[in-house]
Design a binder for this molecule. Structure first.
Ligand SMILES: C[S@@+](CC[C@H](N)C(=O)[O-])C[C@H]1O[C@@H](n2cnc3c(N)ncnc32)[C@H](O)[C@@H]1O
Length: 287
């Protein structure tokens, strides 16, 4: 039998910290890998692609930390989007002094004209493949790393309402292909990793509210958290499956490719395209 009061006190500091969280720097919560990590390196590949581009979009930039680093020696046009009202101004404060435009908008409909970015970067942010393909130039690329479906699958029995976003790997791969892109690489990798404490896991669940809807770690969900801790704890920590996938796709030139026709097919009304590629639709939503 767990002492609920003790457990609550143990977890509370992590919940409080999550409430204050902004930006997207999570290194201190990284688990200890128990098996080989992904054989690719998103950052290395992103830097290579940035070097070859003239214009780059980063979708769901968080606090802009990663995009800032990836574009440190890039002098082309750069735009970042960020949907979360807390992070959009933080990203703007970091990136705008460097000449990077920051637009507050959702990621499934991008407020940009067709065919204007040589490179679209997206790490762990939702996307619509057709929409990404729409904004890529004729020989442009997209590189995305995403969280795989089996991440933390060991928690599902304890949290049946944990979200399952489906087979995004194949959906994105297929969607990019049917939108006229050629897949350069598409890879998945799962590995086991150990988290130091239940608090670390609670923190990570709190800052990603899409994972377990109405997550209530100090009350309704506390018994399930403690049961999961008991069942998954080892000498190395709490062992969970990590899962990532990487997709890189490129638009190769096709003689019959017509961006305006593609845009009409996707959105119907060409008038709704924003005139300036570097501003959002409406200043009120701009960070
Ligand atoms: C996993 S983060 C990725 C950030 C960035 N691309 C990176 O890799 O460092 C996904 C995005 O979800 C955003 N987000 C949207 N709604 C949120 C919410 N309610 N709470 C926390 N983050 C939210 C974050 O700001 C962030 O941009």
């Amino acid at each position: 039998m767990h002492d609920m009061k003790l457990a609550r006190n143990r977890i509370r500091p992590f919940v409080e910290r999550a409430r204050q969280f902004s930006g997207w720097r999570l290194d201190e919560f990284d688990p200890k890998p128990l098996e080989p990590q992904p054989p690719w390196d998103y950052e290395t590949r992103a830097v290579e692609l940035v070097r070859a581009a003239n214009s780059v979009l980063d979708m769901g930039t968080g606090g802009g930390e990663l995009f800032d680093a990836l574009t440190a020696s890039f002098f082309g046009r750069t735009v970042a989007t960020e949907p979360w009202s807390v992070n959009a101004p933080i990203a703007a404060a970091r990136l705008r002094p460097r000449g990077i435009a920051v637009v507050r908008c959702g990621s499934l409909q991008l407020p940009f004209r067709p065919a204007i970015f040589d490179l679209v970067l997206n790490r762990h942010e939702e996307l619509d493949p057709a929409e990404v393909a729409r904004v890529i130039t004729f020989d442009g690329s997209v590189l995305t790393q995403q969280v795989g479906r089996s991440r933390w699958r060991e928690l599902r029995p304890f949290f049946p309402r944990m979200q399952d976003f489906g087979d995004l790997f194949h959906r994105y791969e297929h969607g990019l292909e049917t939108s006229g892109l050629t897949i350069v690489q598409a890879r998945t990798h799962d590995w086991k990793a150990a988290y130091r404490t239940l608090g670390d896991i609670v923190f990570l669940l709190c800052i990603a509210p899409w994972e377990i809807p109405h997550f209530d770690p100090l009350d309704a969900d506390l018994p399930a958290l403690l049961a999961a801790e008991e069942s998954l704890s080892t000498e190395q920590g709490i062992v969970l499956t990590e899962s990532r996938f990487l997709i890189e796709a490129r638009r190769t030139w096709e003689d019959d490719f017509d961006p305006v026709k593609e845009y009409r097919m996707a959105h119907g009304d060409v008038k709704s395209i924003v005139d300036s590629p570097w501003t959002s639709m409406g200043t009120s939503d701009t960070a």
